[in-house]
Design a protein around this ligand. Structure first.
Ligand SMILES: [Zn+2]
Ligand SMILES: [Zn+2]
Length: 427
């Protein structure tokens, strides 16, 4: 049975993260979202690791589940329609900040461990190098190559995957403090890298433009800082439900077992194009080049976004899909879809009520976004959400790209749709 995995999140112990990020809440939200396997986030943090040890018990090889007595209590708040098993996989993010070739590098990496014991071994080594106690995503003055060597040395099944590979400030290919290639970053160990996380602002076709990534699996995760953001990007597998099963599917780039990534429209990400947030200046890559990289408002260099950066490093035009590359689907979070249909913000009480009503009626958010026939929403007296969903699935969306930390916006409905609501010829 195919299942969805989100392999990059954070706990309440990471900076700027919700206090609600507890194992119990994650378990509940995974069911509401339709996620089967969730990265734990932050396993290097001593207090979070203590919680994981206390509240999780082993399940399938390399996976953990919430203790049954804790799970039962949470299940009372999960509608029957959404109830499903949830597994945890040990994951943490490390921020490496160091100097290489005369430049300051700031790169985030995901590290994965096949057991609590392996995670503890790796954390102990990292704790000798820097402070892993103050932040769930620790900052270490460690070269990426050295981190990779430590991870691979800690357990034969411990892996490193560069996180949100294209974001300007903290990524392996980032315009501000990254590298132009994996060998430049990881040196002689570059062949140990078998996957990169594409991040919210890029999608697979953008990454397919680099032949250097043809042998690399592209994974997508939420990097959630609050429970509601879980699964905003994720991976769809049809493999053995286990840590080795998942990593063998990723490493093998086997489209029979690693089926798809579930993506944001990349324009919605907050670093898609170039610009200056505080000046309100959004620039397409061509315009940035025409202006010599400078902001039209303040004259200082703009933040170069993901699209521009891909363009710079790409060695082929769009259109080629490398052999073995999984498929992908572009989705919009259900609350955004409902907010547009109700003409209120996605965080409003009205949207929240409808969201939970739909989940109780039809099942998890992913089930509604990906599988529910739009006609069923229409039959429920919800023609506009039905229309919005159908358009999202066909990719009929209007986008205003994000830049310099400002999320992009996406519209699936137009003024017209509201005035003709009673005579909607749907789908
Ligand atoms: Zn990060
Ligand atoms: Zn400016």
């Amino acid at each position: 049975m195919p299942f969805i995995a989100d392999l990059h999140i954070h706990s309440k112990f990471s900076r700027a993260c919700s206090k609600a990020l507890e194992p119990e809440t994650l378990y509940r939200w995974c069911q509401l979202k339709g996620i089967t396997v969730l990265g734990t986030g932050d396993f290097t943090h001593p207090a979070w690791s203590a919680q994981l040890q206390e509240k999780l018990v082993p399940a399938e090889a390399g996976l953990y589940q919430l203790r049954p007595e804790l799970a039962r209590r949470q299940d009372q708040d999960v509608p029957q329609s959404c109830r499903a098993p949830v597994r945890f996989l040990l994951e943490s993010e490390i921020s490496c900040i160091y100097k290489k070739d005369g430049k300051v590098r700031k790169v985030h990496h995901l590290v994965f461990a096949p057991s609590l014991a392996a995670a503890a071994r790796l954390s102990a080594r990292l704790g000798e190098i820097g402070n892993i106690r103050s932040d769930g995503r620790p900052i270490l003055g460690l070269d990426s190559r050295e981190l990779l060597a430590l991870v691979r040395g800690s357990d034969p099944e411990a892996y490193l995957v560069p996180a949100h590979a294209w974001t300007p400030h903290f990524a392996v290919f980032g315009s501000e403090s990254g590298f132009d290639s994996l060998p430049e970053c990881f040196g002689d160990l570059a062949s140990e890298i078998f996957a990169v996380e594409t991040g919210l602002s890029s999608d697979p076709p953008m990454n397919w433009r680099l032949s250097a990534l043809d042998r690399i699996a592209l994974i997508s995760d939420s990097d959630a800082h609050s429970p509601e953001k879980l699964g905003r990007e994720a991976n769809l597998f049809d493999c053995e439900l286990s840590y080795p099963g998942i990593f063998s599917a990723i490493r093998g780039r086997d489209p029979e077992r690693f089926l798809k990534t579930l993506e944001f429209f990349p324009e919605e990400g907050k670093y898609h194009v170039d610009g200056h947030r505080k000046c309100g200046a959004r620039l397409d890559p061509e315009e940035t080049i025409r202006r010599g990289g400078l902001c039209p408002e303040c004259g200082k260099p703009v933040t170069v976004g993901v699209l521009h950066r891909v363009e710079k490093l790409a060695d082929r035009k769009t259109g080629k899909r490398p052999a073995g590359a999984p498929d992908f689907e572009s989705l919009i979070p259900l609350k955004e879809v409902l907010g547009q249909a109700l003409r209120v913000g996605p965080g409003s009480v009205k949207v929240d009520a409808l969201y939970h009503r739909l989940l109780a009626r039809f099942g998890s958010e992913f089930r509604i976004l990906r599988e529910l026939p739009a006609a069923e929403l229409e039959a429920e007296g919800l023609p506009l959400p039905a229309l919005a969903l159908a358009r999202m699935r066909r990719g009929e969306v209007r986008l205003q790209a994000g830049f310099d930390g400002e999320y992009g916006t996406i519209s699936v409905l137009a003024e017209n749709d509201f005035s003709h609501q009673d005579q909607l010829a749907l789908l």
